[in-house]
Write a protein that binds this ligand. Structure first.
Ligand SMILES: [Zn+2]
Length: 228
């Protein structure tokens, strides 16, 4: 019977020494966890420095990642040591993509988007916040996935990715997207002629960077290039 997954949890292998993080394999973690007397590796996947995803425990089984909430959680472990080095760019990208896939697979996209503070995607250490809210029984003293992994930033990146794909899926209108692009260009040209101050342009730049605007213009430019 399928488990009901409510959260995706990020971990670090906490594997390193003397300021150097190691590119841990799933096989190594599997070995360590068996030596502790566990049946097998506790995490569902391990993501290596180059972004490769190695399979861990079958997600249909109950994992061993965070005491007290294993039955309703999915666990991603990153090779290395999050207190010593940040995730590599490849790890971060792979971790974001895999997390988004799992949010889709377990029907959590909507909840993730409407509950910004819901910890639907969380770092292991954030179980302490769940304990505070009465949603988990056991606190932790770990920094996992590491002091150098900013979970707010991770959630923001996932949110932007989900929102930009959502926007382009349903209401795309090539003519309107073209007007948006050329209209913005005209505003920039006019603003330069009028020598509008940087503080004012900041707001226009902010508008341009919104995921919806960014996605619409990116799609329009891509399709315009293909049509040539
Ligand atoms: Zn952990």
């Amino acid at each position: 019977m399928a488990r009901r997954i409510e959260r995706i949890v990020w971990h670090t292998a906490a594997h390193g020494r003397n300021g150097q993080a190691f590119d841990t394999t799933a096989a190594q973690i599997d070995q360590w966890h068996r030596e502790r007397g566990w049946s097998e590796i506790g995490y569902n996947v391990v993501i290596r420095f180059d972004g490769t995803i190695e399979q861990g425990r079958d997600p249909r089984k109950i994992p061993a990642g965070v005491a007290g909430i294993n039955e309703t959680t999915y666990h991603i472990c990153f090779s290395g040591h999050g207190d010593i080095a940040p995730l590599t760019p490849q790890q971060l990208e792979s971790g974001i993509q895999h997390t988004i896939q799992m949010l889709h697979k377990y029907g959590l996209v909507e909840r993730f988007l409407v509950e910004p503070d819901g910890l639907i995607v969380m770092g292991h250490r954030e179980v302490n916040e769940l304990v505070r809210r009465g949603l988990a029984p056991t606190p932790t003293t770990k920094t996992c996935p590491g002091r150098l992994v900013d979970m707010e930033q991770v959630r923001l990146l996932i949110r932007q990715r989900l929102q930009s794909t959502a926007t382009v899926g349903t209401t795309y209108d090539a003519q309107a997207a073209s007007e948006l692009y050329h209209g913005l260009r005209q505003v920039y040209v006019a603003a330069a002629k009028l020598r509008l101050p940087d503080e004012v342009m900041h707001f226009l730049n902010q508008f341009r960077k919104q995921p919806e605007v960014d996605a619409l213009i990116a799609r329009w430019k891509r399709e315009a290039e293909q049509a040539q």
